[in-house]
Design a protein around this ligand. Sequence first.
Ligand SMILES: Cc1ncc(COP(=O)(O)O)c(C=O)c1O
Length: 376
Amino acid sequence: MQQRIYFDNAATTSLDQEVLEAMMPYLTEKFGNPSSIYSYGRESRLAIENARKSVAKILNAHPAEIFFTSCGTEASNTAITASVRDLGCTHIISSPIEHHATLHTVEYLHHNGEASLSYVQLLPNGHVDLENLEQLLAETEGKTLVTLMHANNEIGNLLDVHAVGNLCKMYGAIFHCDTVQTVGHYPFDLRNTPVHFISASAHKFHGPKGVGMLYINENVKIKPFINGGSQERNMRAGTENLYGIVGFARALELATAHYEADSAAVKSLKLYMMEQLKKNIRGVSFNGDPIGNSLYTVLSVSFPKTEKSEMILFNLDMAGICASGGSACTSGADQGSHVIRAINNNPNQVTVRFSFSKGNTKTEVDTVVSKLKELI
Ligand SMILES: Cc1ncc(COP(=O)(O)O)c(C=O)c1O
């Protein structure tokens, strides 16, 4: 069978063997409902609370600020909707290159008449124009929610969270940051970061799919997004994804323990791929700010459009190479990427996102570049 090369780690990552091992007891013998008061239940409850403590410690937050959810999308929906419905935000500022988990939520609230909506301008390299953000904040009369992502999942650009958070503080705005691409790939110190909410998702850092996390700063009081039982201290009803939560914490512990070595190795792969592409393929260009303020896992590459290159994703797939045309959630739907359209609307180019993880190698980069050379 053909060996596959997986360069789509921003879409999802493989489950770490050690994470699976931590989860296994809770998929088998330790099956008690965490809300049950007998020993089986108490054992499950303890596992969840230990996971919460571990996640809080790594992010430098208080355990009471950590709420487990079903995914990053649910975490962002909760934060954004609550900012409008519970915290009195009547205006939302976001950007045109957010993930659909954010974009479709702010558009829904806007179309439903619950808040006005502005999009901050972007600089030519795809970074948020902070001067424009300040201008938008200064012009607003009511309370504002600013929802901006930390690392863009398609181009890797990193937001200056402190700068945005300080602006929000200055204008009394609520700040939600979609950190789905960075939790597990970036050191956080939430106690010293001016942010009200962050969202995370375990499957982006070698944890299981179907479990996310919402950080809610202790000074913020909101109502639940999902109503029902009293799980997650009345903030998120529904029987907890016990093994998922255990997996989330274990994956974050491992990612944190190996951060220095893994991030350096992945960054050097990204730089190596850029170098090899420039050397071997005429007309190649890179989107965003890949060697500047950028997450080391993501590389967005544009190639000149030809009859051959238009079929590039299909042909890469045929060659056993997994990469994405935009964000994973729209790959296959062939709508093009709203992010690439917003920053580089060149109809004569085709764009591929390559995203790496600790499992990838230079040999794989060489194989992919030589295949690309053939295909362009
Ligand atoms: C930046 C960003 N936000 C949110 C999400 C949604 O996360 P989840 O798949 O856990 O719902 C993703 C996943 O692709 C993402 O990359």
